[in-house]
Ligand binder design. Structure first.
Ligand code: GLA
Length: 344
């Protein structure tokens, strides 16, 4: 059994979950500094919030910029953490040159796939042996009822096997990296089935895919614990690994546009703690399938939800507050780990 570090009274998140899965956080060049102590103490995996996306790494054809990504990787290595790579192929944050000829017209399929291969090979080989898992394709499934794949330049030019090709190129570049399909609204029953269908068809074709990434951008009300359980079971039935890749629990439902709150209410904090406790009990219950849980941030001083979907509205979706102190949610998550230790 792992020894728990209770020095200072506060257990370390990644230590308490060490028997089950890694605990990660998304970082950027600023939070790597401002949150470095918190990161070192509680997390054993890092993901670049933006610095490994296509447009950050290759803004201009053939011009690769690795400085920010390298700094994160060095920080991880220096502190004995793993790195989840995010992301190789996505419809967003991809530069327009990728899809165009010098004359401004659309490239043909072969050119697009050759560019994709060059990018994937260059990036994946650079971080070979350091990045333990890659989100190879992000968000290719449609949210629209009745539509399987999201319309995108990738789909339009290369056809639907751009997805399979991306996995093949990544596998060639690093045969040991675990390769994931990653998406949001992953617990919505209709989208869940579309993701399942896509991933199953890849597996059936022998495409090297090893896991499904559940982004887990959740909120106080949705999705229900039952929907999440069903999603976990459905994806796990494919015999693949599951990673929770971008977890946060927003204080607001997506449609809620209120802007009056300067601080979360006690009731909100309590409700969030209850939700986090339920989620982590579920994760430990299914930890045979789940081997990494990453938060989309480390503490409430910085979260992308401060701007989305309501500009300038503060949100408090993480386990630590803006001063890096543990919130009630942290306590419930640690209790979930303790409960699972008592049961085993
Ligand atoms: C998606 C992407 C992430 C990030 C979030 C918003 O979930 O996968 O990389 O951009 O949106 O921050």
């Amino acid at each position: 059994m792992t020894k728990l570090n209770h020095t200072g009274g506060m257990p370390s998140l990644c230590e308490v979950f060490n028997p089950h899965f890694r605990v990660g956080a998304a970082v950027n060049p600023i939070t790597l500094n401002t949150q470095s102590e918190l990161l070192k103490r509680h997390f054993n995996s890092l993901t670049a919030e933006n610095e490994m996306k296509f447009v950050s790494l290759q803004p201009v054809e053939g011009l690769f910029r690795f400085d920010d990504a390298d700094r994160m990787v060095d920080f991880a290595a220096a502190n004995g953490m793993g790195v989840r790579g995010h992301t190789l192929v996505w419809h967003n944050q991809t530069p327009i040159w990728m899809f165009e000829n010098p004359d401004g017209g659309a490239v043909d399929r072969d050119t697009l796939l050759a560019r994709m291969q060059t990018h994937i090979e260059t990036v994946v080989k650079r971080y070979k042996g350091i990045v333990y898992a890659w989100d190879v394709v992000n968000e290719a499934v449609s949210d629209k009822s009745g539509e399987q794949l999201r319309p995108s330049k990738w789909l339009e030019i290369a056809g639907e096997d751009f997805i399979a090709k991306a996995f093949m190129y990544a596998h060639e570049a690093d045969p040991n990296a675990l390769l994931f399909y990653n998406d949001y609204n992953e617990s919505d029953p209709e989208k869940r089935e579309k993701i399942y269908t896509l991933v199953k068809s890849l597996k059936d074709k022998g495409v090297p895919i090893h896991g499904v990434g559940l982004q887990a951008h959740w909120n106080l009300k949705r999705p229900s614990v039952d929907e999440i359980r069903q999603a976990i079971e459905r994806y796990a039935s494919l015999g693949l690994k599951l990673h929770i890749t971008e977890m946060d629990v927003s204080m607001f439902e997506f449609e809620d546009r209120r802007t009056d709150l300067k601080e979360p209410t006690e009731a909100m904090l309590a409700e969030q703690a209850e939700r986090y406790g339920q989620f982590f009990r579920l994760f430990t219950e299914y930890s045979e399938h789940i081997d990494s849980v990453t938060f989309w941030g480390a503490a409430d001083d910085y979260t992308w939800l401060d701007h989305f979907p309501v500009r300038g509205r503060k949100n408090w979706p993480l386990l630590f507050d803006a001063k890096h102190e543990p919130k009630p949610s942290f306590g419930e998550v640690v209790r979930a780990a303790e409960a699972s230790r008592e049961e085993s």
